[in-house]
Structures are given as C-alpha cells and as structure tokens.
Design a protein around this ligand. Structure first.
Ligand SMILES: O=C(O)CCC(=O)C(=O)O
Ligand SMILES: [Fe+2]
Length: 241
C-alpha cells in the first residue's frame, strides 16, 4: 500500500494544481491494440467536433447510472483494474470505477474547456490511445501572480499514447480542461509542458522540434458515478419470478 503511494507520488505533476499525476506507458502496445480493436465500431455518438461512447450506459438526466451490466471485460482488464490498484478510488463510494467515457478526436478536433462536475466522485483517470495531445488546464478563478492575459493561470499537459493522467483534488474542482482544435501542438519544451520531466519519450518531442502532429486519438476516461441504480436489473429479476 505504502509502496503504491510512493509510486504515485513519483508521478505527481509538481507544476500543476494539486493534484495531477502522469504515468507514461501505463499500458503496453499490445494492450493498446487490444483495447482499440475491442471498441464497438457501431456504437459511436457523433458530436460536431468529436465522437464518443458512454459505457456501460449513458447517464440519465439526473446523472444516474442505470446499470444492469458492468463495464465490459476489455475495459476492466487490464485498464480499470490497474487504475483501481493505484488506490486512487479507495475513498470513492464504490471503491472503484463504474463508468468509462470513450472520446475519439481526429486531427484538428478537440473539446471546449469544461469541468467534469458533480455527477462523479472527484477523481478521473484518463488513458490515452493512438496519438499524443496537449490538454490545457486553466484555473477557474482569478489568481494573484498570473501569466494569462485574462488573469488566470494555465498549464499544458502532454498526454502520450498509452499514458495515464489522474486528476483529483482542486485540479478537479477548481480548473477547466480542454483540447485545442488544432492539427499540431507547438512549442513543446521543458518550460511549456507541465509534465515534461515525467514524459516517457522526451527525445521524440525534441527530435520533432517541439511539434506534435496529431493523429487520431482515443481517450478512455474512467470515473466512479455517484448515483447508481440497479433498477433495470431488479425489474428483470421480478419479471422472472
Ligand atoms: O479526451 C480527454 O482527454 C478529455 C476528455 C474529457 O475531458 C471528458 O471526457 O470529460
Ligand atoms: Fe472532461
């Protein structure tokens, strides 16, 4: 247990709001290919700037997960299981993750700055697949000693394929996160990338002159939805008896 805490602590992004953790190569290339091949090709919900899947089900209007089924095995093993082993969900209502949002971004696509909100226990674990991308994190409130022209501090997190990003604490509650709609991320260097020291492959960023040409990226965002109703299951059970 203490070992796992040390492990996580070594992956803390010091130059970011508390608390964010970045683990490169969280899954292997084989595991990445396995997951990508398992994503159901016909269940995408198309939005104007990306497409997504909500597993095991979409949340209701009141943010409840009505789940008669659990997350599928291909999300549980290895990804969700390994995330739970980190201990980051030990204080969450269900002690583990029960929901995964899958987002797909083509080059030039992104997501507007937003917060994930109160439907979830305030921990999100994001596995990145396929392409590197910069996540922009901006504090919500104005703050003294700022660097942004509008008076809010911001940080750039480079998420490499197969990495894990954990967002919790005030990073979850007091910041917005978004992905710019650009085909390449520019000016990536130790001074501009908050998690530079934790990257798995700094060399490839340097070799490309600090440019990241985006390819198709798929993110898996694992969370614990607070409100879970097994009503679907119960009705089914009743009907059978
Ligand atoms: O793709 C990502 O890394 C971010 C996705 C996200 O912010 C969300 O699903 O709420
Ligand atoms: Fe989000």
């Amino acid at each position: 247990m203490a070992e796992m805490e040390d492990y996580l602590e070594r992956h803390r992004i010091h130059d970011a709001p508390p608390s964010m953790f970045y683990i490169p190569n969280f899954i292997s290339q084989e595991e990445e290919t396995y997951i990508l091949n398992k994503i159901p090709p016909k269940q995408w919900i198309s939005l104007s700037h990306r497409r997504l899947q909500s597993l095991p089900a979409r949340l209701t209007a009141s943010n409840a997960l009505i789940a008669s089924i659990d997350l599928p095995d291909w999300l549980l093993k290895p990804a969700a299981q390994r995330i739970t082993e980190l201990g980051i969900f030990k204080d969450s209502p269900h002690g583990t993750v029960n929901h995964c949002l899958i987002n797909e971004y083509l080059p030039g696509q992104g997501i507007m700055p937003h917060e994930d909100g109160s439907a979830y226990h305030p921990v999100v674990a994001t596995v990145s697949l396929g392409s590197s991308v910069v996540l922009d994190v901006t504090e919500k409130a104005n703050h003294e000693g700022t660097v942004n022209s509008d008076g809010r501090r911001s940080w750039r997190i480079l998420q490499e394929p197969r990495s894990l990003l954990v967002t919790t604490g005030s990073a979850y509650t007091d910041t917005l996160h978004g992905i710019a709609e650009v085909k390449e991320d520019l000016d990536l260097r130790p001074e501009t990338v908050a998690n530079w020291d934790l990257l798995g492959n700094q060399e490839s960023v340097i070799e490309r002159g600090g440019r990241n040409e985006r390819e198709t990226r798929i993110s898996l965002t694992f969370r614990d939805v607070l409100k879970v109703s097994k009503v679907g299951m119960k009705i089914f059970g009743k009907a059978k008896t």
